[in-house]
Design a protein around this ligand. Structure first.
Ligand code: GCB
Length: 592
């Protein structure tokens, strides 16, 4: 799916701003067809944003079920004769969209874009002003990812109708229209999709592009950063299929996209009516038994698992926050991050391309593991619908992010119960699906299960492990970390002979807490904790990366282990440094 851009033949209208909003406390709106009329008693709501933290009342913040959004828009006369598309960057988690009361789109999954072609409706409508209505549900069950369950409890100890949304992941289940809503135009004959792959040999590169278009494509140009057309070629029909074109463009001495030294080319596809310019980078990726190579050079991942999370906005896309985060990453010498635990906004991914951050792109498959020994893959939890949705989300993630040079690896899940028998066929299919979608990037999965129990890593290229020695077990005994870490990593390596990234390790730390000698939750302890890990990373040559958990403190559901959120951030939620930020800066800026 292409990102909406403006050019001489395409226009974009951004519907971000204040929308009408209504809580559907009793979840009756769908039945009563609220979309038929303008919402009654609506209140103002910001888009993009999570709605939860904008309220003052817990009933609103924690509501389980539907909320409704509405906005009016105008289609200018100058758009007559154009194709008109309504596009949501994301709506968390499940949305039905109506335009003037007529269903335009239905989408399941809260972290990827979807769109609706509303051309015909707009052409046939005589209304001056149109109304988009969205019914949005935050309910998670076992048919979607992330999985969840609405728990109902009754009996003498519970008020009538007592229920709540249970989640099995460690971030707050923010909901809302989290990313921009746009209406864009294309000519009626239009370019639908472009897939770009690059290959290099010596100081030459080949850029291959597959174009889906019902417009006749005349030419494809490669444009460098100074705006010069470095190459141009007419594409050929591809496989004699209608609407498909293919072109191969050779380039001499191309500039490579390198980590922290990005070089971005543009591929301009020019049709008879439409044109689209996609950004791409030229870089290679290779994985050996001990290394991850970008452009033939060993790459060591130093960076973070992050979250889209901030005060007030929740998971709402925030360009200022994205810039601040990237500046902090640069300041401390980080070169990479994982989109734990769901694909981040397109705007952030475009920024990562430009700033040269290396990204492990993760699908929202988080929470497929119970810590109490109960099974997730047997019985009536994960089922065929979950698998189908998981595969859909892989396809949507690939279709959205395929041309980003920043994406060097796909992560198909975080912390699934890969020790269970039922996980074997499930993940075999998930990993195969990812590989069938993309033959250019390695595939990983982030583990909690240890090497003895794991049954799926034979199909992965890189092993990612999350570990909290001396935190959740042997709490605060720093002297066990080195021994336990080395013992486990050796086991992983002996079993699979694949490179390993420590994709999470960390200790909750309250900014401003200090103690001598250090104790858990102090800033000193967080530094010492990570230093124990680093000694082992530096010793094992198959360790190819360290991503402390987490970049910044973030909101979670309430729990005995969480004092207003997860405090493992190296930065506070407000993006100010804890002591560990300086420790990591010292380590990462020295390491090259
Ligand atoms: C994990 C999860 C992450 C949690 C973290 C923690 O393994 O992947 O989502 O926030 O542990 O702090 O417990």
């Amino acid at each position: 799916m292409l990102y909406p851009i403006e050019n001489k033949v395409r226009e974009v209208k951004n519907l971000s701003g204040i929308w009408n909003f209504k809580m559907d406390y009793n979840n009756v709106g769908i039945h009563e067809q609220w979309q038929k009329e303008p919402l009654k008693d609506a209140i103002p709501m910001a888009v993009p944003a999570s709605y939860n933290d904008l309220f003052t009342d817990e009933k609103d913040k924690e509501h389980v079920g539907y909320v409704w959004y509405e906005k009016t828009f105008i289609i200018p006369d100058s758009w007559n004769g154009k194709r008109i598309v309504l596009r949501f960057g994301s709506a968390t988690h499940h949305a039905t969209v109506w335009v003037d009361g007529v269903e335009a789109a239905k989408h399941k999954g809260g972290f990827l874009p979807f769109e609706a072609d509303i051309t015909q409706q707009m052409e046939e409508s005589e209304l001056e002003e149109h109304r988009v209505t969205v019914a949005l549900s935050n309910v998670l069950d076992w048919t979607c990812i992330p999985c969840g369950e609405v728990i109902h409890k009754e009996g003498p100890g519970y008020p009538e109708g007592f229920h709540f949304q249970e989640t099995y992941f460690d971030f707050y289940n923010y909901a809302g229209i989290h990313r921009p809503v746009k209406i864009y135009t294309t000519p009626k004959k239009y370019i639908e999709d472009i897939v770009i792959k690059t290959e290099t040999e010596g100081d030459r590169a080949v850029v291959k592009a597959w174009i889906t278009s019902n417009d006749i494509i005349d030419t494809v140009k490669v444009i460098d950063e100074s705006g010069d057309v470095v190459s141009e070629k007419a594409p050929k029909p591809w496989n004699d299929e209608d609407n498909k074109y293919y072109v191969e463009i050779e380039m001499n001495q191309p500039h490579l996209w390198n980590p922290k030294a990005a070089y971005l080319y543009k591929l301009k596809v020019v049709g008879k009516c439409d044109s689209y310019t996609e950004t791409f980078g030229i870089r290679t990726i290779e994985v050996t038994d001990k290394a991850f190579l970008i452009n033939g050079k060993e790459f060591y991942f130093q960076g973070f698992g992050k979250h889209e999370d901030s005060d007030i906005h929740g998971k709402g896309m925030d360009e200022a926050l994205n810039i601040r985060d990237f500046n902090l990453l640069k300041w401390m010498g980080a070169n990479s991050f994982r989109t734990s635990h769901y694909p981040y906004s397109e705007e952030l991914m475009r920024l990562a391309d430009r700033e040269g951050f290396v990204v492990i792109d993760e699908v929202p498959a988080v929470g497929m593991c119970f810590w109490d020994g109960n099974s997730v893959f047997a019985g009536n939890r994960v089922n065929n619908d979950t698998l189908a949705h998981h595969k859909d989300m892989l396809a949507d993630m690939y279709n959205r992010d395929k041309n980003h040079p920043c994406v060097v690896m796909w992560s198909v899940a975080n912390e699934a119960a890969t020790h269970e028998e039922g996980a074997v066929s499930y993940f075999k299919e998930v990993i195969e699906t990812m590989r069938n979608l993309d033959d250019t990037r390695p595939v990983t999965m982030v583990h909690t299960t240890g090497p003895d129990g794991d049954k799926v890593s034979q199909w992965l290229d890189v092993i990612c492990v999350n570990r909290y020695y001396a935190w959740y077990n042997d709490h605060a005994h720093l002297d066990v970390i080195g021994l336990q870490l080395e013992y486990e990593m050796e086991k992983w390596y002996r079993k699979y002979h694949k490179p390993i990234i420590m994709s999470e390790y960390g200790a909750d730390t309250i900014a401003g807490f200090h103690k001598m000698p250090p104790v858990a939750f102090t800033e000193e302890f967080q530094c010492m904790y990570m230093e124990e890990y680093h000694k082992i990373f530096d010793k094992l040559d198959y360790m190819i990366g360290e991503h402390p958990w987490a970049f910044a403190d973030f909101q979670t559901k309430q729990g005995l282990n969480r004092v207003d959120g997860n405090k493992k951030g190296i930065f506070t939620r407000n993006r100010q440094p804890k002591m560990a930020a300086y420790m990591l800066k010292e380590r990462w800026t020295k390491r090259k």
